[in-house]
Design a protein around this ligand. Structure first.
Ligand SMILES: NC(=O)c1ccc[n+]([C@@H]2O[C@H](COP(=O)([O-])OP(=O)(O)OC[C@H]3O[C@@H](n4cnc5c(N)ncnc54)[C@H](O)[C@@H]3O)[C@@H](O)[C@H]2O)c1
Ligand SMILES: [Zn+2]
Length: 648
């Protein structure tokens, strides 16, 4: 790298850092930023006297925003040294071992948010200050006072700085962006930017609405005398700060890696975004001995997780017609590796989203994929446009049947009930595991059967004969019989499963169950008023249900005649501790979880698979994992199997 190249790179880095830290509106992904920062760092290490005075590698990243009072931290705030792999982790440990070879490492999740320093004096919250440049930050005391997880008063009377991360839950982040969308405001690219942007509001009333959460991770100036960081943190939690989940002490690289992968595995179950694991040397005396660089403590590092956000380019938009006729645009992107799998497509809920993002073909974008989440485009880099971008037009005809579409603004729909895409997708849905569970009737086969005009709707499945299938390529005797048997076996299925399998827009499994339990076979003739009077059935759902039955009544009647579904009767459940409660099961119990689920449902409980604030009980068995941690984090009541049975 030449000096000129270095200078250019540093200018870019400073520009990126400013967009990120000051305006909470990044113009690069973290991965791009980290890569560029490392390139510059390598040059700076080789040419120490030629390095840029404002290189982000030499300072804690923040600048203060106009409009806020500035405030001094009592002791400096730091950044973290990044490590990205085992080798770098080993190097870091090697350096620390020069001071002491008998090290214990305190490991915990690194929450991706905004750094905050709280000063308590005489047990009262005196000041809340953002990290800023590490010495001076923004005084956000009035905003901080609106955050519930920050106590205004603590038992510790000596002057103390409590430090942690301001974060926002993923679902609250989605909500904020929805609201901003409606108001026509710029969206936050990710929860970190939303948390930071919400903390740094000139009007505390706005901060109060954002449901921020404080995750404590350390102290600054203090007169605490615990020898271990872990013991000191236990004391801090006891002062009224919520203990974040998953702190573990490790003694070796192997143990650190084990915890690292455990947290990565649990990553998606956390309500907040994690971007790594922080490793700290537990012994405070050794910490002091190791000391600090200009930017970070030498006794601590951040073992970063694989990036879930990547930069890619939009090459094409393809249109998918769903079973309800809704046409969804899907972005085809340059193949990008995220968390071990290659992403080639990203959903773009609807055409309004394309307009809101002002997305064009050949745009560079940020794409995010994490766990089960379908890849999504979160940001367009407008400043990276060249001459090659092309506007994306709203379709006026269906890509499959070419009939004219209905453009309702947010949604564009193919109105043609016989549209092959609609037919294929509704049959695929009908046959899917959570609906009628017809083994052997996957996407490819449904497409083939519809294309060959062997079936035209779900009803036709029930008149399929051996002779219809035998001429098809790849259909041997066994395969045909298995398929016909699987279809035959759906006879007698519970009514609510059949209703759910119809794929009525806005009507899912829970609503189907509820409606069928209430009305039995009368569901086919149900009127809007009776439906909407049910708890949990809104106007949109009732409308959609009645409209579907009006249009498809004949088909449903025939289907019911063939399947002869089992109709469950509504039993009044006697009062008990679980009636109407939402329960989550986790860990190994003395009998199968399915059995326990059934018992609880008979008592009127709703058994859900994920823990949220709305969960009433988490029942845990042996080796309970992240769901248990989450319950503790959210303050949800936890019960052992015995305790649960005691309440039966
Ligand atoms: N996308 C961009 O354009 C852009 C620009 C600038 C910086 N960045 C990102 O920010 C990173 C650098 O930012 P940084 O210097 O603020 O460092 P950082 O955010 O990677 O790590 C340091 C911070 O981690 C936080 N933290 C969270 N959990 C913690 C825990 N358990 N213990 C201790 N600290 C914890 C603290 O607030 C601390 O200040 C870069 O690596 C890059 O990924 C991105
Ligand atoms: Zn169509």
């Amino acid at each position: 790298m030449t000096q000129t190249e270095y200078n250019e790179k540093i200018e870019t880095l400073i520009k990126w850092a400013k967009a990120y830290y000051v305006y909470d509106n990044p113009v690069a992904t973290d991965e791009e930023y980290d890569k560029l920062a490392r390139e510059c760092l390598a040059y700076e290490q080789q040419n120490p006297n030629k390095s840029h005075p404002n290189s982000p590698n030499k300072r804690v990243g923040g600048f203060t925003l106009e409009g806020f009072e500035k405030a001094n931290h009592l002791s400096r705030m730091w950044s973290q040294e990044d490590v990205f792999n085992t080798k770098e982790l080993e190097d870091w440990i090697k350096r620390a071992s020069k001071v002491n070879t008998n090290l214990e490492f305190y490991c915990e999740p690194k929450f991706d948010g905004a750094s905050l320093n709280l000063i308590y004096e005489n047990g009262l919250l005196k000041q809340g200050i953002t990290r800023g440049d590490g010495n001076i930050g923004e005084d956000v005391t009035n905003n901080v006072k609106t955050i519930f997880s920050i106590p205004l008063q603590i038992e510790e009377k000596s002057l103390i700085e409590i430090r942690g991360e301001i974060v926002i839950r993923k679902k609250d982040f989605e909500k904020i962006n929805q609201e901003r969308l409606q108001k026509g405001e710029a969206l936050f690219a990710n929860p970190r930017n939303a948390a930071s942007g919400s903390l740094r509001q000139l009007d505390p009333a706005i901060t109060a609405k954002r449901k921020l959460f404080f995750n404590v991770w350390g102290v600054g100036q203090n007169s605490l005398d615990m020898k271990k960081h872990s013991k000191m943190m236990d004391y801090v939690y006891s002062l009224g700060f919520v203990k974040p989940p998953m702190q573990t002490i490790a003694k070796s690289v192997e143990e650190i890696e084990e915890i690292y992968y455990k947290i990565i595995e649990a990553r998606d179950n956390f309500e907040m975004m994690l971007d790594g694991m922080v490793i700290k040397i537990d012994d405070r005396e050794i910490q002091e001995e190791l000391g600090y660089t200009v930017k970070f403590p030498k006794w601590s590092c951040a073992y970063k997780f694989p990036a879930v956000e990547k930069t890619t380019k939009v090459k094409d938009i393809v249109l998918q017609v769903g079973r309800t006729g809704v046409i969804t645009p899907v972005a085809v992107v340059e193949p990008t590796l995220i968390e071990g799998s290659t992403v080639e497509r990203a959903t773009l809920h609807n055409f309004d989203e394309i307009q809101r993002l002002d997305l064009r073909l050949n745009d560079e974008v940020i794409i995010i994929k994490s766990g089960d989440i379908i890849p999504k485009i979160t940001k367009v880099f407008y400043d990276r446009r060249d001459e090659s971008q092309v506007e994306i037009k709203r379709p006026t005809s269906c890509p499959t049947c070419h009939s004219e579409v209905l453009d309702e603004g947010t949604m564009i729909k193919c109105q043609n009930l016989d549209c092959p895409s609609r037919v294929v997708n509704s049959i695929i849905y009908f046959a899917s595991k959570n609906c009628m569970n017809i083994d052997g009737l996957g996407n490819k086969i449904v497409e083939l059967l519809v294309k060959e005009k062997i079936i035209h709707d779900i009803l036709d499945l029930y008149s399929l004969k051996y002779e219809d299938l035998a001429p098809l390529e790849g259909f041997k005797e066994k395969k045909i019989n298995n398929l016909l048997n699987a279809i035959e076996n759906t006879k007698g299925t519970q009514l609510h499963r059949v209703i759910n399998a119809l794929g009525i827009e806005h009507i899912g499994e829970v609503a189907s169950k509820q409606i069928c339990l209430e009305f039995g076979l009368n569901v086919i003739n149900i009127d809007y008023d009776s439906l909407v009077s049910l708890d949990g059935i809104g106007e949109q759902m009732a409308n959609s249900f009645c409209e579907f039955m009006r249009v498809n009544k004949e088909l449903v009647l025939k289907l019911v005649d063939i399947i002869k579904p089992t109709v469950e009767e509504k039993k009044e459940v006697v009062e008990n501790a679980f009636k109407g409660k939402t329960v989550v099961l986790t860990g190994t119990m003395s009998k199968s979880r399915g059995l326990i689920k059934k018992e609880l449902e008979e008592l009127g409980a709703k058994v859900s698979s994920s823990v949220s604030k709305k969960t009433d009980y988490v029942i845990y068995g042996e080796e309970a994992g992240s769901k248990y941690d989450k319950a503790v984090e959210l303050g949800v009541t936890t019960l052992t199997q015995e305790e649960m049975e005691g309440l039966f």
